[in-house]
Structures are given as structure tokens and as C-alpha cells.
Design a protein around this ligand. Sequence first.
Ligand code: ATP
Ligand code: MG
Ligand code: MG
Length: 364
Amino acid sequence: MNVLVLGDGQLGQMLGHAAIQQGVNYLLYSTRENCIKGLAHSQPLALSLEQALAWADVVTWEFEHLAEALVDTCAEKLVIDAEHLKRLIDRRSQKQLCDELNIPTSAWQAYANADELAQCIEQRQQACVIKSAKGGYDGKGQWRWRPDASQDKQQLASEAGVRAGIVEDMIDFNCEVSIVGARSEHGQHRCYPLTLNHHDNGILSYSVAGTQSVAAHLQALAEQHFAALTDALDYVGVLAIEFFVVGDGDQQYLMVNEVAPRVHNSGHWTMQGSNCDQFALHMHAITGRHLPELLAAPTLMVNVIGVAEIPEVLWEAAAVDCHWYGKQARPGRKVGHVNFMIDDQARAEKIASQWAPELQKLAD
Ligand code: ATP
Ligand code: MG
Ligand code: MG
């Protein structure tokens, strides 16, 4: 089986490991350098995209910010329908899909340009988040507005309105969680336990899974939303849904923040904490396999952001699993992650508060 992965970042690299384990051949397509590679960070191969497409049995992707023209070029070999993929890579159609499927998400409005955005803000009584429709990640391409703040509306609109986007209500959430799972071409679903995510400055700082610290009914609810969304699109492969947890006690429920149609940073803990990590799960799904049962052990994942290295003491430690992506470090850039085996939520919080400051440089 031959797999072509669109994108050559760390997720493509980790998908490559899973491919090797499963005896699957793979190539990466660097969208930045417009070339084919055998491994991330390696020299380009003397192969055109057309030749790689002819070679591939199936095409998958490691990031969702794909140009529509590229999606069209690859359409015949894509693991899902090209039009369905396009619905997921634009926040407007993604939010619309949630509304159509009755999956709660914050109320939103689309704008096409700075004038329309200025009008939206003018009518706002409530705090909101402005997000570009395409291309944002790690909180980039995002602005906040509060009616009581002394922000210059016009300036905000002209800055944020350069590209089309959405304005959505700011949600006062209890916490953030995500469901990572896969759907196979046989229509089977497999989800990991909900991951509890802590963001700092719009970037995922650390995630904890398997500690049963999220109300049990929310797991079932998340899996219901996952099945509804992936079934509606005949989706095949791993997909993550980020949620806000809102409400009290038994009345708590989930609101979709965003859908990431790919392997996801909040699923990196599975490399240490599961019998089948998210990369292996994705490969199983896109090569037509039935999906394995998923087991999960309590795990903490701390992102390594903007620092030059992971301290030796962590590489040496038992029950710790370090990953370095081989990228140049700069503030706010994810360059690795570290998984820790843990006993419970309290221990996870303790380790995270000890290590996150040392492993993360978010700004200059
Ligand atoms: P990612 O790196 O996860 O792709 P992104 O740049 O696509 O991030 P979002 O996930 O939409 O951005 O938002 C980043 C973070 O900002 C969220 O995890 C959440 O903490 C906060 N946030 C986003 N939208 C809202 C909202 N409507 N209400 C409150 N907080 C929000
Ligand atoms: Mg995102
Ligand atoms: Mg997000």
C-alpha cells in the first residue's frame, strides 16, 4: 500500500513512523517547498506531485490548511470526498455543519471583508472572538473584542477584516476538552477518552487523559457528536473535535470550538498511553483496516514550545517519553512534546506546573 501525506511537518513525520510499523510505503508532499520528500527535514526527491499521485493508492493530510486547488488536484486519490474535506477546512462551513447537525457551538456570523466586520462589531452587545475562516492555528488569525474595552472598532475591523472570517460569541467555559478518534471506511468509530486541555496564550500547553476527571456522561456525548459529524461526511481517518465544557454538574454539556480533520496535538499522549496511538489508528483507517479496541492509561502530555532543547534529565527518566521534532526553536513555535505516565489528575497538574515553565517560551 502506498500513502501520500500532504504536509511535511511533525505530524507527517509521526504518521511516517506508523506507516513503517505497518509496512505501508509513504511519501510526504511539502506544500511550502512544493516538493516530495521521503522523510520530514530530508532533501527533496526527484519526483513531481503528479508522479507521487500516480504512485499513491491513497492521499491523506497532516494539516487542514490546504489550498482548494491542491484538494482538487488530489481529489481522485483522497481518502474522503474532496467537497467534504473542503467543508471542514473553512470555519464558516464547519460551523454551518455543526448547526445543521444540531451539535451545539457558539452563535456566529460570517463576514467577507473589513466593512462587513465593522458592521458585525457595531451591533455586538456581547464579547466576541473574531477568527479568520482559513489558515489560523495556535491562536493566530484570531482577535477578541469586549464591548466595555476601549478598543478602536475601526482599527480592529481593518486589521482582522483583511481576510474573510467569522465573529462568534465568547464562551464562559468550565474547561476545554477534545475527543480524538477515527472512523473507518466500514463505518466503525473508535474514540480515546476525552482529553483535558490547558491553553496558554491561545497555544495548547498541556493535555491530560485517562484520569477520569471529566464527567462520564460527557464522554458518551462527545462520542455521539463525533459519530454524527464523521458519518455525515463519510469521513475516514483520525479527526479531533475541540469542545468547551459548559453548564453545571449533571447539566454540563459540550459546545464545539473547532473541528480538526486530522491527527491532533491533544492526541499526542496516545504515543505513551495507548495500545494504538493516533498515528497508527489513522494508518489503520486509511488503509481500509478494521479498527482495534483502544485502551488508555493515565497520561500527561506537555508541549515543548520555543526552547532549544528538552533537558537531559527528561530523556533519561523512566515513565517519560520525549519527542523532538528537529525544528528551529523560536518563541511560540511547537518543537516537541513530552509524555509522562501519571497516577491521577493531581499528579498530572503537579508535573505540568513543574515542567511547563521550563519547556515553554511563548514570547520574547
Ligand atoms: P489550534 O491551534 O487549536 O488549531 P486555533 O488557532 O485554530 O487553535 P481556536 O482553537 O479556535 O484557535 O482557539 C484557540 C483558543 O482560544 C481556544 O482553545 C480557547 O481557549 C480560546 N477560544 C477560542 N474561541 C473561543 C470562544 N468563542 N470563547 C472563548 N474562548 C475561545
Ligand atoms: Mg485550529
Ligand atoms: Mg483549537
